[in-house]
Design a protein around this ligand. Structure first.
Ligand code: GRE
Ligand code: ZN
Length: 325
């Protein structure tokens, strides 16, 4: 179908490009240029697969791994200004998600506000926890110092995309000797799912009930475990020991949106729709780590009603980002 909107689609600036090399060293001659290109191959591939609009975001982990907090802020700003300049050349084809220096919650709040109000961005995309000061540190956004940030995101009324990154070297005991499990095979999803569940458990969505978090890869495994998370050892009836008021599934169904980025599995798509509803499932590719044509051919042929295909590929995004003219 024509008119698709994609929202986990990445670019890089020189300061962040190298972060992606480990994920595609064997194809770097192709992957590197795809990350820094906006208007050439990217637009041709979009046209060939009926993609009208890409919401662009910086590559990973980029800003989140810059433990020099001042530099993290400077790189985020540089990336956002560059993105705004590229969008201005083709506002009919591109929109932007802000990169944020979450190392400093106040700086992140200011940059978020600037990006939405001054640059016209439609939300933020952040690559998991942030290292701040000490490279071994890992700040997760359920921590209390992030509550003012989240209140601002809710006031701005734009979604926040929680994108994967790998766990830190010191935290990968279970992966030792099995490096293939790091990155997009498994660790990205395990890491991101835990972060999302931390946001739920801390009570964030009781305080900011309209906040919307986007997860890629059809929900980073959470839809498959929704029942289990809320019913573990069912007959024991042990209450959850978290600050949030409701069951995890209630928050996932009201405060989360998932995209199909890099997970072109029809059974996983069916499950996400069954668990959280077709209105919260949005098509995406994960370019340039994935092929736009693979993502498009899959969804175009998936056994969906035409109404649902239209919602997933376009309608849900028009509503979420208020793009309808
Ligand atoms: C992603 O952005 O989702 C990604 C990477 C690196 C490898 C694979 C992948 O950043 O999907
Ligand atoms: Zn991605």
């Amino acid at each position: 179908m024509q008119g698709k909107i994609a929202l986990e689609e990445h670019f890089a600036i020189p300061a962040t490009l190298g972060d992606s090399q480990v994920f595609g060293a064997h194809v770097w001659q192709e992957l590197g240029p795809r990350l820094t290109d906006f208007h050439d191959k990217r637009l041709r591939l979009m046209d060939a697969s009926g993609v009208e609009l890409m919401i662009l975001s910086l590559n990973a982990p980029a800003v989140q791994s810059i433990h020099d907090v001042t530099r993290a802020s400077a790189v985020a700003r540089e990336a956002n200004d560059r993105l705004a300049a590229e969008i201005a050349k083709r506002p009919d084809r591109f929109k932007g998600f802000a990169a944020l220096p979450m190392q400093d919650p106040e700086a992140a709040t200011r940059e978020m506000t600037r990006c939405v109000k001054d640059l016209g961005f439609v939300g933020a995309l952040v690559n998991g926890f942030s290292q701040a000061g000490d490279p071994k540190s890992a700040l997760y956004y359920d921590l209390p110092q992030y509550r003012p940030f989240w209140r601002t995101v809710a006031e701005l009324d734009v979604p926040f995309y929680l994108h994967p990154r790998n766990p830190l070297h010191g935290d990968v005991r279970g992966y030792e000797g099995h490096g293939w499990l790091l990155g997009p095979s498994w660790a990205f999803h395990a890491e991101t799912a835990v972060h999302a569940l931390r946001l739920i458990g801390c009570g964030l969505f009781d305080e900011s009930p309209t906040l919307q978090i986007i997860l890629g890869h059809l929900g980073e495994g959470i839809p498959a475990y929704l029942w289990r998370i809320d019913h573990r050892n069912n007959w024991m009836q042990a209450p959850h020991k978290y600050a949030a008021k409701k069951a995890v599934a209630d928050y996932v169904r009201n405060n989360f949106i998932v995209t199909t980025s890099g997970n072109f599995s029809t059974s996983a798509l069916d499950q996400a729709i069954a668990e959280i509803g077709v209105g919260r499932v949005l098509w995406s590719a994960d370019y340039p780590f994935e092929d736009i044509a693979d993502a498009a051919e899959w969804i175009d042929a998936a056994p969906l009603s035409e109404t649902d295909r239209m919602k997933i590929c376009r309608g849900n995004a028009l509503r979420l980002f208020r793009l309808a003219k």
